[in-house]
Design a protein around this ligand. Structure first.
Ligand code: GUN
Ligand code: ZN
Length: 427
């Protein structure tokens, strides 16, 4: 069956970080034709109706039809401790995060939190997440099962930690991390809409032996992603240097064990040294900006404009529960504010691109999701650009779509999400 969605549409004309608004085409009365969960055509509403008279029409009125948001870095096991007060990274992990992650030894708890988290994402218009799990393999099954039940495209992996910097009860070993991850890859990678990411939490919670074991696992499974944290807080960077005195820098603690490549996805990337930036650009690794988390945990102001100018591959993420909102709109607002503090505010086109195609590309899902174009999976969000009185009055005096959309980016929340679709099916 064909379904034709009508509303406002915005399309990026070319791939890659947009230089500005001219990178996208707006239609105030556009359409997206969906057949069997896949986008069959896009264009002007009238032309699509004429060309496909048999298609069932869903008219979203003035709603803006966009690709579903892609949250390129988050931790579903931290939903329960979101918005926990007063700590910076290392204390925040020890005092809030690790005790909560221990609870995921219980598969029933993992199942409940996985379902809750994905529903919160969908309610906010996020159709794909890349989630960390805990050290427990059953926590990985829980999120993949929850995504499969909802028809969601997902990236996830078992978080690996074998150093005594992680508490007793939340440690695996180099061998078990390798073997458990390998079994999960066999079970989940490429099954339906699932992809596996090999997931060492970060260098401070792994021994070199574990990083090496995961490096070999990745070499044996090169089409998996590898996700981890890089250079989030200055204290963390110093800690890493003390633990790995032979490493040239933080990135080198991954690089020397085979954990650097185009399918690597590094979260935060705030306090990078010139060699790290050059090397990341050279290999084309994915970098993920986590603005709400970076302000909440007090990590710093990521140089997004500089990274984009270097041609780095950039995505955007909530990093919940380090970040305190599931909303990618809120995330775009925080990215704007951080850009302002750095003297380089991103244009709404750049924010929207990072939250959709940029994140999709970082997760190597480009060509499938993140764009409304023929052949792409029909994961879509429809935004109401007048979802509250204050947003409505601001949008009413906007002179173009970007000005209208920016009001929703800055002030919108899940009330702005009029509808979410997964592979053409309304959630
Ligand atoms: N670094 C290592 N683990 C974590 C985590 O769970 N959250 C954040 N924000 N940073 C990390
Ligand atoms: Zn994280």
């Amino acid at each position: 069956m064909q379904r034709l969605h009508l509303g406002q549409t915005l399309h990026f004309e070319s791939r890659g970080y947009p230089q500005g608004p001219e990178a996208a085409r707006h239609s105030s009365r556009g359409g997206v034709l969906v057949e069997d969960g896949v986008i069959a055509a896009t264009g002007e509403a009238d032309e699509l109706r004429r060309a496909h008279p048999q298609a069932e029409v869903t008219d979203h009125g003035a709603g803006l039809i966009l690709p579903g948001f892609v949250d390129a870095h988050m931790h579903y096991p931290q939903t329960g401790i979101i918005a926990s007060w007063g700590k910076r990274l290392i204390d925040w992990l020890n005092d809030y995060t690790f005790p909560e992650e221990m609870r995921f030894a219980d598969p029933a708890y993992a199942e409940r939190m996985a379902g809750l988290t994905l529903d919160l994402a969908l309610q906010n218009g996020t159709t794909t997440v890349a989630s960390y799990c805990t050290i427990h393999p059953q926590s990985v099954d829980a999120i993949f099962e929850a995504a499969e039940a909802r028809g969601m495209r997902i990236v996830a992996g078992k978080t690996c930690m074998d150093r005594d910097t992680a508490p007793e009860g939340l440690r695996d070993t180099a061998q078990s991390a390798h073997d458990d991850s390998a079994a999960l890859i066999a079970r989940w990678h490429g099954r339906g809409r699932a992809s596996y990411a090999i997931t060492p939490r970060f260098s401070p919670t792994s021994t070199p032996e574990q990083l090496e074991a995961l490096g070999s696992l990745w070499a044996a499974n090169p089409d998996c992603l590898m996700q981890t944290h890089l250079s989030e807080q200055p204290d963390e960077v110093e800690w890493v240097k003390g633990m790995y005195p032979e490493a040239r820098d933080y990135l080198d603690t991954y690089e020397r064990y085979g954990l650097l490549g185009a399918r690597a996805v590094f979260g935060h990337v705030i306090h990078l040294e010139p060699r790290e930036r050059a090397r990341l650009a050279e290999v084309g690794a994915g970098l993920v900006h986590c603005p709400t988390s970076n302000t909440f945990i007090g990590s710093g102001l990521c140089d997004v404009a500089g990274l984009a100018a270097e041609g780095q591959r950039l995505g955007l993420a909530t990093d919940t529960g380090g970040g305190s909102s599931f909303s990618m709109l809120r995330c775009m607002a925080a990215a704007y504010e951080i850009g302002q503090l750095r003297g380089a505010p991103p244009h709404p086109a750049q924010l929207l691109w990072m939250a959709t195609e940029g994140s999709a590309e970082v997760l190597h899902q480009g060509g499938r999701i993140g764009r409304l174009a023929p052949g792409y999976e029909a994961d879509m969000v429809v935004l109401d650009l007048a979802s509250t009185p204050v947003i409505a009055q601001r949008a009413a005096r906007a002179s173009d779509i970007w000005e209208a959309l920016f009001a929703t980016m800055m002030m919108g929340d899940d009330r702005a999400v009029a509808a979410t679709y997964l592979a053409g099916e309304r959630v």
